[in-house]
Design a protein around this ligand. Structure first.
Ligand code: SF4
Length: 268
């Protein structure tokens, strides 16, 4: 049975192996997402804008197309407040001014809101590398460019280590799936209307491969993974289990730690 890895999992592992183990190996409850309906609707509207446009009709859409897509999407998500509908329109209008209006021609992406998947083997342990991508564009005639939308309120310069891992993992999977090279990744922060683009390098690919190898070694050899405290602890939902946070961490329920040992023993 292969071991599944995603960019989010690898980022968690990079930040703190103990947090990774609590979340993905022991599957302890704690993480949850809420209040993201505007973000989901913005993603949905951008999918409609690129997926449903008639690319043979005219070189590029105008604001009325964006308006129509936002109306359809915001009505489909009846849970948005009036203020969120208005905020969402303003965010998309800013997106239009920054990333559509300057184009000579609106080009159809290779993939919109889809899954990418690849494989990586470390000795006898097979990893499945998978993640969802917001958009995969053509970089040139035979290479690709990844676009991801972020809905955080502020532009947050991603930590280089985190970006390296995420982009590297996407590149490994995309290069395999499409048999074409991923050349760049762009993160678009929709609310502030800013973006960052990074080139995909061989160094990123090498770092991801090394990180997966480290993970494979740990899966084989260690029953408890060390905590690496840092700023990320503020957002960690497992502090009560963490020996770096408290002198008396809660014990891991037997059935959880047992499940992990069973999983680890499957291939080893
Ligand atoms: S509290 Fe910090 S050190 Fe402990 S598991 Fe969470 S992220 Fe890791």
């Amino acid at each position: 049975m292969p071991y599944h890895l995603s960019p989010a999992k690898l980022s968690t592992y990079q930040a703190c192996p103990a947090q990774y183990q609590f979340r993905y190996e022991f599957k302890l409850p704690g993480f949850g997402f809420g209040g993201a309906s505007l973000g989901r609707s913005l993603h949905g509207a951008l999918t409609r804008i690129y997926r449903d446009w008639d690319y043979s009709a005219s070189p590029k859409p105008d604001l009325s197309w964006l308006d129509a897509c936002w109306q359809s999407e915001s009505q489909a998500h009846g849970s948005l407040t009036e203020a969120q509908v208005s905020e969402g329109y303003d965010i998309l209008a800013r997106y239009f001014q920054n990333w559509i209006a300057p184009l000579d021609r609106f080009l159809k992406p290779l993939m919109i809101e889809g899954k990418v998947q690849g494989h990586w083997q470390v000795d006898d342990l097979e990893f499945v590398l998978s993640g969802r991508v917001d958009r995969l564009d053509w970089f040139d005639v035979d290479s690709l460019a990844l676009v991801e939308y972020k809905t955080s309120r502020k532009f947050v310069e991603p930590a280089i280590a985190d970006l390296t891992l995420q982009v590297g993992l996407y590149a490994l999977a995309i290069n395999q799936q499409w048999e074409r090279e991923l050349k760049s990744a762009t993160l678009i922060f929709l609310r502030p209307g800013e973006s960052i683009t990074v080139e995909v390098t061989n160094e990123q690919l090498a770092i991801v491969q090394q990180t997966i190898t480290d993970l494979a070694i740990r899966l084989r050899a260690e029953s408890r993974w060390e905590p690496t405290p840092g700023e990320h602890c503020d957002r960690c939902k497992y502090q009560q289990y963490c020996p770096a946070q408290t002198d008396q961490p809660l014990p891991i329920p037997d059935e959880r730690s047992g499940a992990s040992v069973l999983q680890l023993s499957l291939r080893l």
